[in-house]
Design a protein around this ligand. Structure first.
Ligand SMILES: *Cc1c(COP(=O)(O)O)cnc(C)c1O
Length: 376
């Protein structure tokens, strides 16, 4: 049997990620591989770090890209900062808050779960109450942009509460980074992680992470050993920050980092605030069209993420048939509902390079046609 080269179809990616990758980012990926301790590569890594600091709006010295997807960014925060027995306030208003809870419990911590309904933001009042009731809590963990529902939580208010109660905040910014306002230093965020394949529009497989000086202090002062060797940031720090004395920890995904460098460079060129405004403008266009098609949003207007539009599937429409028709006939991917919303909602992503007018037009026209046919 002769196996042919794999030729992926050219899709338009408007789901919950990965999002469309900018052509220049794909080109960067194909540049010649150099050694991961090559002086030219190390110089590029310094630029990646500076660009990540810009994207996160932070001066945190500890700002890196973990060589693994967003989930590893989540795990990096918990495994490095938490110690067995630590109490963590975990906010759960979708799939990813639940994953945070699982991280806490697997590491021998005690999760105090603050639940909010799917499709609603994390309640700042409930979190304040939980912090008052648990003065021994060490961390507050929440998801800024819940990709499973499309709800945006008030990271600024939540992190201010964390500071007030002297607990460290751990923030999931996988879907928010590059898509909506996010200011790590100004908001006093202690540990934050993201992913390369959502609003950064890079290839999947890298997780930007940043720790505040308070978080780094906590890491250095910890008593219990870090249970993961690969994610132990005290070992990785030597690789990312050793001035001229970088040592081998693991082989960096060299070409993926070229891609991240290019995607962050493009973000900086556009300007963060312009990128946030573009996501908002494309969301407004999409929303106007979805309204005409009679598709209602899962999330109330005030808390809607521009980059992740969850809409209810109308009565009598076959979820799977519509998504297959979009994929097979229009090369268009939109997301299925997750968890509580499985079979009930679609998730239309406008992330990074996918947040363009031509995508909005394609999505609305294709949806209209396919839904009309499904009704006949
Ligand atoms: C996608 C996503 C993750 C997980 O990222 P992976 O790269 O798929 O591991 C975590 N949190 C949120 C909010 C996400 O959207």
């Amino acid at each position: 049997m002769t196996i042919q080269p794999f030729n992926p179809p050219r899709r338009t990616l408007m789901g919950p990620g990965p999002s469309d990758v900018h052509p220049q980012v794909l080109q960067a990926l194909g540049k010649p591989t150099v050694g991961h301790l090559d002086p030219t590569f190390i110089a590029m890594m310094d630029e990646v770090k500076a660009l990540l600091q810009y994207a996160f709006q932070t001066e945190n010295a500890f700002t890196i890209a973990v060589s693994a997807p967003g989930s590893a960014g989540m795990e990096t925060c918990f495994v490095n900062l938490m110690e067995p027995g630590d109490k963590v306030i975990v906010c759960r208003n979708g799939v990813f808050g639940e994953r945070m809870r699982q991280n806490v419990e697997r590491l021998g911590g005690e999760a105090v779960v603050v639940d909010d309904a799917w499709g609603t933001p994390v309640s700042v009042d409930k979190v304040a109450d939980a912090l008052n009731r648990h003065p021994d809590a060490k961390f507050l963990a929440f998801v800024h942009a819940e990709t499973s529902t499309g709800a945006l939580s008030d990271a600024k208010a939540l992190c201010a509460l964390a500071r007030e109660h002297d607990v460290l905040s751990i923030v999931d910014a996988v879907t928010s980074l590059g898509g909506v306002e996010l200011r790590v230093d100004e908001w006093g965020i202690d540990a934050i992680y993201s992913g390369s394949q959502k609003c950064l529009s890079c290839v999947p497989g890298l997780a930007p992470v940043s720790f505040s000086p308070r978080a780094v202090e906590k890491l250095k002062a910890r008593q219990a050993p870090i249970s993961s060797w690969f994610l132990d940031q005290s070992l990785v720090m030597g690789y990312w920050s050793g001035d001229g004395k970088r040592s081998y920890h693991h082989t960096a995904p060299v070409n993926s980092l070229y891609a991240l460098h290019e995607s962050l460079r493009l973000l900086q060129l556009e300007g963060l605030e312009n990128a946030w405004a573009r996501h908002r403008a494309m969301h407004d266009k999409l929303k106007a069209g979805l309204d005409k098609l009679g598709l209602g949003f899962v999330v109330e207007e005030a808390y809607r993420l521009p980059q992740l539009n969850a809409v209810y599937i109308p009565e009598g429409i076959d979820d799977g048939a519509v998504r297959s028709a979009l994929l097979n006939r229009f090369n268009l991917e939109i997301g299925a509902g997750l968890g509580d919303l499985a079979g009930k909602a679609w998730r239309i992503g406008l992330m990074g390079y996918a947040a363009r007018e031509e995508n909005v037009t394609l999505c609305l026209a294709a949806l209209e046609q396919v839904m009309n046919e499904a009704r006949q």
